[in-house]
Design a protein around this ligand. Structure first.
Ligand SMILES: Nc1ncnc2c1ncn2[C@@H]1O[C@H](COP(=O)(O)OP(=O)(O)OP(=O)(O)O)[C@@H](O)[C@H]1O
Length: 306
């Protein structure tokens, strides 16, 4: 049996009278990068804050490596690293001083602190800035340092809240690369409402809407969530729309101009075969025919409606 890295059971949270999340359940048993996706206010930060032990849930349990976070927070947090939306950096310390402070906070034995700091600076590509004041680092390097403090104690499970927020495109690419590197031997959950972020970085998706999980699966499963039901067809001839509509399997036809059509079908195989046949018989001279997949934005919108 695969070992449980994180397990969330019947998690619910109410801030005052309104439930922010309601009965969230999931378990992760495999390393990789998991995207926690959802619109603004869906409940991502609430879920992450509870998973990281910085917010006490109203109901339910979180287990990290089988350890109940509520009952045994110190032990559970040894396996957990967290980069909140605003990295908890001390601007007047140097990179090295700050990481030594984090190592001490994480109860790393004194004789191992220097080694752990050196190692994590290397992994996060910040060794050359070890003596620089944090306030003088660029946003991208501050974020690298934020990730460094999250993994200094070598946790199995790392939570990153909107890790590329506010970075420029080059810095975003670098941070994504770093996330991929640290996820090689651990589980990373990152929250975002940016779809391209999930697409570029994550292997798996959990989507939350109105405090409930509405999707859980691989990136590929998310991509194929809406079964395609339209064909894009380009012809040399311009047949009357009625003639296309009569083809078995075709439900509706939209003219796109320039002898191009969007054709809604009930049966993909039948509509495609008949269209190709009819095009040959009637001399429509087919140039292109392809199924149109829904964009990630459309899938997100569809799931948000639930
Ligand atoms: N401290 C709080 N007090 C009262 N309500 C809150 C508090 N924090 C969040 N909420 C409410 O709980 C719900 C979930 O919020 P949460 O911040 O978890 O969502 P989110 O998905 O992280 O959104 P965002 O992407 O905007 O950060 C929202 O309706 C929000 O208004």
């Amino acid at each position: 049996m695969e070992e449980s890295i994180i397990k969330v059971e019947h998690l619910s949270h109410r801030y005052s009278i309104q439930w922010a999340i309601r009965d969230i359940n999931f378990e992760i048993t495999r390393n990789g990068i998991y995207g926690l996706l959802g619109s603004n206010g869906a409940g991502k930060s609430t879920t992450m804050n509870i998973m990281c032990g910085v917010l006490k849930q109203t109901e339910g349990e979180v287990y990290i490596k089988g350890i109940n976070l509520r009952e045994n927070p110190v032990e559970a947090k040894k396996h957990l690293g967290f980069l909140p939306q605003k990295p908890p950096l001390h601007m007047d310390l140097t990179v090295e001083e700050y990481l030594v402070h984090c190592a001490n906070m994480r109860l790393i034995p004194t004789h191992e602190v220097q080694g752990a700091v050196k190692d994590v600076m290397g992994r996060c590509g910040i060794s050359h800035f070890s003596r620089r004041l944090i306030r003088n680092l660029s946003g991208g390097y501050q974020q690298r340092l934020g990730i460094a403090q999250a993994i200094i104690h070598n946790p199995d499970f790392v939570v990153l809240d909107e890790p590329t927020n506010g970075l420029d495109p080059n810095q975003i690419m670098e941070i994504r690369e770093l996330i991929r590197e640290i996820a090689v031997d651990r589980t990373v959950i990152l929250s975002t409402h940016i779809l391209s972020e999930v697409q570029a970085t994550c292997d798996y998706i959990r989507m939350i809407e109105e405090g409930q999980v509405v999707f859980s699966g691989t990136m590929d499963e998310f991509d194929n969530y809406i079964v395609p039901n339209t064909l894009f067809v380009s012809l040399i001839a311009t047949p009357p729309v009625e003639e296309i509509r009569e083809i078995p399997g075709v439900v509706a036809v939209e003219e796109l101009g320039g002898s191009k059509f969007r054709i809604q079908f009930s049966d993909a195989l039948e509509a495609t075969e008949r269209l190709v046949e009819t095009s040959v018989t009637k001399g429509w001279r087919l140039v292109e025919i392809r199924q149109e997949k829904s964009s990630l934005d459309e899938i997100f919108a569809e799931l948000s409606k639930k």
